[in-house]
Each structure stands twice: as C-alpha cells, then as structure tokens.
Design a protein around this ligand. Structure first.
Ligand code: NAD
Ligand code: WQD
Length: 338
C-alpha cells in the first residue's frame, strides 16, 4: 500500500518507514525537519536498500499537501508530525495548538479533497491522564491532561472521531503509545533530542556517554514498589511494527479503532537504571530530586486488544531496549550531528 508518513523523519516515524518498507509497503515521507535531520532518509535507505521518496514540507501548507496528494495518490496516511515536548508546550501553548491541531485539520481537509480517508494517528497514553486503573485498557476513561501537548492529543482524538462519525467512509485508527525507547539494531537511526533530554532513556544514555554528569530521579516517594515512577517502556521497533499491523484497520468499513501500543509491563525509574547498567556495563550515577510537576505515579498498558485484533504484540524486552538505545547513542554521540 502507498502510505504518506507525516513526520516520517522523526524518531518513531523513521523506524516505522523501515518496517513499512520491510513488509512490502511504499511509504512516502513528508517532514518539515523542524525536529529531524535530513540525514535520516539516507540512513533508512541504507537499512532497507530501497528508495524513500521524501518531501520537505509542512502539514500546515495546503498547497504543498495538495501537490503531494496529486502526485503520490497515497491510500492512507500515518500521521506522526507534531510537536511533542511537554514542558515547551506549557510555555508555548499557541504554537502547540496551532501546529498539532491546526496542522492536522489542514492535513485531514486535503486528505478528503483527494479522496484519501484512511488515517492512523499517533496518540499517547497521556490522554488517560492519571489513569483510573492499571493496567490501562482502551475502555479506561480519558482523563485530565496536565499540559497543552497532552490536550492536543486528546482533542485530536475527539476531532478525528467526530469526522469519522459524520462520514463513515473514513477509517480512523488512534494508536496510544506508551513510552517508546531503544533504536534500530543497526545503530544508525534513533532518538535525537535537542538540548537536554526531557525523557528518561535519552537522559540516561547521555549520562552513559559522558555528556551529562548524573541522572536526576524525579521523586522517590510515589506509591510504587521503590517509590519512583512506573512506566510501560516499549521498543521503538515493536511500536513501528504495530503501525504495520494497524494498517488492517484502514480497510473499507473499519470505521474508528483505538489501540494501546505498550508491552503491558511497568518498570520504575530505578529498574531502568539497573537494567541499563546490566545491559551495557556502564555506571549511571543518580541523585533523587523532587517530583516533576505533572508526573503521575504509575502508567502501564493492557496490551490485550492489539494482540487480539491486530495480531500484534511487543517482542523485545527491557534488555534489548537498553542495548539498542546504547548502541545508537554510543556510536552517534551527537545524534545525526547537524
Ligand atoms: P519526533 O519529533 O521525532 O517526530 C515528529 C516529526 O514531525 C519530526 O520529524 C518533526 O520535524 C515533524 N514535524 C513537526 N511538525 C511538523 C509540521 N508542522 N509539518 C511537518 N512535519 C512536522 O517525535 P516522535 O517521538 O517520533 O513522535 C512522533 C509522534 O508520536 C508525535 O506526534 C508524538 O506526539 C507522538 N508520540 C510520541 C511519544 C514519544 O514518547 N516519543 C509518545 C506518544 C506519542
Ligand atoms: C519517565 C519516568 C519521570 C526524566 C512523556 C510524556 C508523554 C509521552 C512520553 C509523548 C517518569 C522519570 C524522567 C529524568 C526522571 N510523550 N524521569 N528523570 O513522563 O512518562 O511521558 O513521554 O506523548 O506524553 O509525558 O516519560 O521519559 O519523561 O519519564 O526521573 O530526567 O522517568 O519522572 O517517572 P513520561 P519520561
């Protein structure tokens, strides 16, 4: 299937393009390179041995979208493009709403004008807020987000659901990712955060490579086994494969589908530190700091629905997640270096 992948040069997008090509699909990448390197496309091509058509374009640019749809005629869109830094979204809410919501509205409008009514959307476990229960099933009520980034995901889920309801020709898949980490086995593509990482694993790998002095653990007084926050970390290659499986839910008549993409297992911050040290032989010094505002104690998925309906489940464990994150970081200490 020919698929337009918005944000396809980013962390999750690049890994998904690899898995799409490996399973015989024809991804076409659109990315404005706001948070990605132009080198990614060549790296993907080196992994798969296949050409990746690439458009440097913005999802808010109607004319560029129209041209791409007319030329490429994709059957479906996998929509990763968006801003994703939680703290930045608190400081720049307008920019987040404008890019994520405004951009998606423009994208969806151009899609329907060009007769493409199949979309897989990158949502997030953040839509559950402080979850009503764990493991979190898709039936768990959505909650109060603690930042504008989270609200863009929650609102876009509502917008896409309403659009599908009004026009049943649409097939909409909402994928709620838990915490993607790791990198492709080749060590040639991976996560490339700007500045000091906000997320745990890139922070740890930068401590391991000597770019940062020590990890700051945000709170050890949560109601969890060791007091530190518990999350459902998932290997980015497993997450990428989840998108390939989710394509079966853009078949005609599928309507609206919602899936968690997680492993179903929770690890604490200190579990991650220990597993990283064991998998890599690197020592990760850390200090305990106060809780980070907006953080919750525990968040992990029930991965049953995706297993039953998509035939997808995560294959990689925490050891591979740590090894692969480290291979990427240690062989590319400055990311893509541009
Ligand atoms: P990323 O920043 O690496 O990828 C997003 C890509 O979108 C970047 O390459 C960026 O340049 C591009 N982009 C941003 N705005 C654009 C625009 N207006 N037009 C065109 N391209 C644009 O992030 P990621 O971690 O790969 O996340 C991909 C998607 O998954 C995002 O929507 C994110 O919110 C969502 N998500 C990520 C996580 C996570 O922890 N990484 C968790 C849940 C959901
Ligand atoms: C994980 C755990 C921290 C950094 C965020 C977004 C969410 C989603 C994924 C996009 C927590 C602790 C972290 C550090 C630490 N993104 N931590 N020291 O907060 O679960 O989710 O990314 O949709 O929306 O909120 O991930 O990696 O930031 O934190 O102690 O330097 O690690 O407190 O318990 P989080 P994270």
């Amino acid at each position: 299937m020919k698929i337009l992948v918005t944000g396809g040069a980013g962390f999750i997008g690049s890994h998904t393009v690899v898995e799409l090509q490996n399973s015989g699909h024809e991804p076409v990448v659109l990315d404005n390179l706001y948070n990605a390197s132009s080198k990614v496309i060549g790296r993907i091509e080196a992994i798969t041995g296949k050409h990746v058509p690439f458009y440097k374009a913005d999802i808010r640019d109607r004319e560029a979208l129209a041209e791409i749809f007319e030329k490429e005629k994709p059957e479906a869109v996998i929509h990763f493009a968006g801003l994703k830094a939680v703290g930045e979204s608190v400081r720049k809410p307008w920019e987040y709403y404008e890019n994520n919501i405004g951009g998606t509205l423009t994208l969806v409008d151009e899609m329907r004008k060009h007769g493409c009514k199949n979309i897989i959307f990158s949502s997030s476990a953040t839509v559950y807020g402080d979850p009503a229960f764990v493991p979190i099933t898709e039936e768990c009520p959505k909650g109060q987000c603690t930042n504008p980034y989270g609200w863009t995901k929650s609102m876009l889920e509502q917008i896409l659901s309403d659009i599908q309801k009004a026009d049943p020709e649409w097939n909409v898949v909402l994928l709620r990712y838990f915490n993607p980490i790791g990198a492709h086995k080749s060590g040639t593509i991976g996560e490339n955060p700007n500045g000091i990482p906000n997320n745990l694993m890139p922070y740890i790998t930068q401590v391991a490579v000597g770019k940062l002095e020590k990890l700051h653990v945000f709170g050890n007084d949560y109601d969890t086994p060791d007091g530190t926050g518990v999350r459902d970390y998932i290997h980015v290659v497993d997450l990428a494969k989840g998108h390939v499986c989710a394509l079966k839910k853009v078949a005609p008549g599928s309507g609206l589908s919602v899936y968690n993409l997680g492993t179903g297992t929770g690890y604490s911050v200190l579990d991650i530190v220990k597993n990283f040290e064991a998998a890599t032989g690197k020592n990760i010094p850390y200090v305990i700091d106060p809780r980070r505002p907006g953080d919750i104690a525990t968040c992990y998925s029930s991965a049953e629905k995706a297993k039953e309906e998509l035939g997808w489940e995560a294959q990689y464990g925490i050891k591979e997640m740590c090894e692969d994150a480290w291979r990427w970081q240690s062989t590319n200490p400055n990311g893509y270096g541009d």
